[in-house]
Ligand binder design. Structure first.
Ligand SMILES: *Cc1c(COP(=O)(O)O)cnc(C)c1O
Length: 375
């Protein structure tokens, strides 16, 4: 029962070892190979899209979608401010300017109302707005009904950052299947992992083909090395795809474990005044990647910071929710449509251990330490 309890460590075992060994023994150690093709097909089938391109990271997938669409200097790209830096970095890699959009209080997801206000505002300027990048915060899909409609109305593409929401659905349709393209991540802390990796998902055959080409140094299909555009070395390796296939076979089992933690956290929080689970209302379709609580210090007995410190004392890892990107020093000078919600969630939010590898005993320890810290 001792030892540190982490937020979301990788959950791998014998099946993963077997798949990786088999890939190595097959001789397909070099970049591409049959496991990569199969992994792409299996993920595409799971999400219900026509094309999946396996890449070295979710960040690479975001980058290449924007690059393939020709997003570049002078363009403005509205993006969730409450997100991990990777979402915003990809916009900057292509030389475009991120424009930060604040979120809904309940979920932390991009506010459709503020996105509309942002697009209204930007349409009065001379700058082009080629795409919008919403993020499925901690595994809760954004309000795709509204966002798809708004994007269509303003004629902008929707690049959905579903890095955290693989396995979730929105009105029965899988996360990763919305908009013009979606991105998922197989980083080590995500719901399933290839140790590092990501995928671009889309029904747009041209985009999938182009991203695949850009990810392999943009070689033209001739024998000698011929290049007419700048490429990248972003392809997922066959060995890592083998690991991904084993994880995918276990995805439902891992999802149900995270859901179990979510339900127990929800139950506990009911007895803690001033504490709620972020996005905990209507979460039946979420993948419950990370459970975060929001602590109202004017009602609760302590702040989110104090609570995090108390748990750290017991070797239980916690972390504040994303520091909004508009507050980051690296974002100095950038604009947005902001109302203070993301900042409030950052100040009062705390993510809790949610990994599928956590044992029942470890989870009981988290619950009892939480209960005693709050009493
Ligand atoms: C993890 C994550 C990414 C980046 O994925 P990598 O595979 O680590 O590059 C992008 N966006 C969000 C919201 C993430 O959580």
């Amino acid at each position: 029962m001792s030892g540190p309890i982490l937020l979301s460590p990788p959950d791998v075992g014998e099946l993963e070892q077997e798949f990786v060994l088999r890939a190595m023994r097959s001789g397909w150690v070099a970049p591409a190979g049959p496991d990569l093709m199969a992994f792409e097909e299996e993920v595409a089938a799971r999400v219900g899209v026509q094309h999946a391109v396996g890449l070295s990271s979710g960040t690479a997938a975001l980058h290449l979608a924007l690059a393939s669409w020709g997003v570049g200097p002078g363009d403005v790209v509205p993006v969730s401010t409450l997100t991990f830096a990777a979402t915003v970095n990809a916009i900057r890699y292509v030389g475009a300017e991120p424009y930060f959009v604040d979120c809904d209080e309940e979920s932390g997801n991009m506010s459709p109302r503020l996105l509309r206000a942002a697009l209204d505002d930007l349409s009065g300027s001379s700058r082009r707005v080629p795409a919008v990048v919403p993020v499925d915060m901690l595994g809760k899909p954004v309000d795709y009904g509204s966002l798809v409609e708004i994007a269509a109305e303003f004629g902008v593409r929707l690049l959905c950052d579903a890095a955290e929401s693989f396995g979730a659905t929105w009105r029965g349709r899988p996360a990763g299947s919305f908009g013009d393209a979606s991105v998922i991540s197989f980083n080590g802390n995500k719901i399933m992992t290839t140790s590092g990796g990501g995928m671009l998902l889309t029904n747009d055959e041209h985009l999938a083909r182009h991203v695949r080409k850009l990810s392999t140094q943009a070689r033209e299909p001739v024998l000698h090395y011929e290049h007419v555009e700048v490429g990248y070395n972003y392809r997922l390796s066959n060995i890592l795809a083998a690991l991904g296939r084993a994880q995918l076979a276990r995805l439902d089992e891992m999802l149900s474990r995270r859901r179990r933690w979510r339900e127990l956290y929800l139950e506990l929080v009911e007895s803690l005044p001033g504490v709620r689970v972020l996005g905990g209302k209507d979460d039946s379709e979420d993948n419950c990647w990370l459970t975060a609580i929001v602590v109202d210090p004017s009602v609760a007995s302590m702040t989110a910071d104090d609570l995090g410190a108390a748990l750290r004392q017991c070797d239980i890892e916690t972390r504040p929710v994303w520091k909004p990107m508009h507050l980051q020093p690296v974002s100095e000078g950038l604009q947005g449509m902001l109302d203070g919600t993301a900042e409030r969630l950052f100040r009062h939010g705390l993510t809790l251990p949610s990994g599928s590898a956590m044992s029942e005993d470890q989870f009981s320890r988290v619950l009892s330490e939480l209960r005693s810290a709050m009493s």
